[in-house]
Design a protein around this ligand. Structure first.
Ligand code: SF4
Ligand code: SF4
Length: 269
């Protein structure tokens, strides 16, 4: 079983309480305001902001309306980041289904960033020893503050004042999504995340097209690991071989220098 969250865009008022709760719970610093045309801040998630709320002006029934949408890691059921990570810094938590980043195992190759179909993992470029950074589904790799694993809703869900976010078993959230869609013709007849990238724990329903909210419309329904496995299975041997080649070059060069130094000594004597 996998936990899930249903995001109902029609109930979101864009207050960003979820964003603030995420920063507080995960002890992340605030950042200098930066706005772009979507009126959100920050415009995208970054190394210190794991969730943000997009603000979009969209056309509906010949009128301009504002829609606001929370975005974070989708916690794919078969995550590309997990399959791409040969050092096992990304793992899927068996209890909750969360795609969790374990910083102490990370070697900084950033394949996870390439493998994610939603462009989620970010890098702390400003740090001397940077880490990858993304929503952990309120999972704590040290186990102390693991909200979801202890049966609690994530901090962002708990704080939402309009119940735009709903947490539970993924299958139940999916059923709830279709119940709402089938009982109200205002909704688009699609649950974003039911099938995208093979299915995700976070799912969205909306009354306007998802791409107009800032969600990617071109994500395949096939799980990303099915594409990447053939290529990525060669990564560890290539890295080992490359490391071996560099070591061999190092020892060859060093040996030549040592020999040259010995010759010099001999000449001076
Ligand atoms: S959205 Fe990206 S980072 Fe999140 S689980 Fe899926 S592949 Fe991994
Ligand atoms: S699930 Fe937790 S870590 Fe993820 S966006 Fe919500 S509060 Fe942040």
């Amino acid at each position: 079983m996998s936990k899930g969250v249903l995001v109902d865009v029609t109930r979101c008022i864009g207050c960003k309480a979820c964003q603030t709760a995420c920063k507080q719970w995960n002890d992340m610093p605030s950042s200098i305001p930066e706005f772009d045309n979507n009126l959100g801040h920050p415009a995208k998630t970054n190394g210190y902001t794991w969730t943000t709320v997009y603000h979009r002006v969209v056309e509906k029934d010949n009128q301009d309306v504002i829609r606001t949408t929370k975005f974070q890691c989708m916690h794919c059921l078969d995550p590309g980041c997990v399959s791409a990570c040969f050092s096992r810094a990304f793992q899927r938590d068996p209890k909750t289904g969360a795609a969790v980043y374990h910083p102490h195992l990370c070697v900084g190759c950033r394949y996870c960033m390439l493998a994610c179909p939603f462009n989620v993992p970010k890098y702390q470029w400003d740090k001397v020893f940077p880490l990858v950074s993304k929503c952990q589904f309120c999972f704590d790799p040290k186990g102390k503050y693991d909200r979801v694993g202890h049966g609690q809703a994530p901090a962002c869900v708990s704080t939402c004042p309009t119940q735009a976010l709903m947490f539970g078993e993924r299958e139940e959230m999916l059923q709830e999504a279709w119940n709402r869609i089938n009982s109200n013709p205002n909704y688009i007849k699609h649950v974003y995340g039911e099938k995208e990238a093979g299915g995700t724990a976070w799912m969205y329903i909306s009354d306007v097209p998802f791409e107009e909210l800032g969600l990617r419309a071109d994500v395949t329904e096939r799980p990303i690991p099915q594409y990447s496995h053939e290529f990525l299975k060669y990564t560890p041997p290539v890295i080992v071989a490359w490391g071996g080649l560099l070591s061999a070059m190092y020892f060859y060069t060093k040996r030549r220098k040592d020999v040259a130094a010995e010759k010099d000594k001999g000449f001076k004597a």
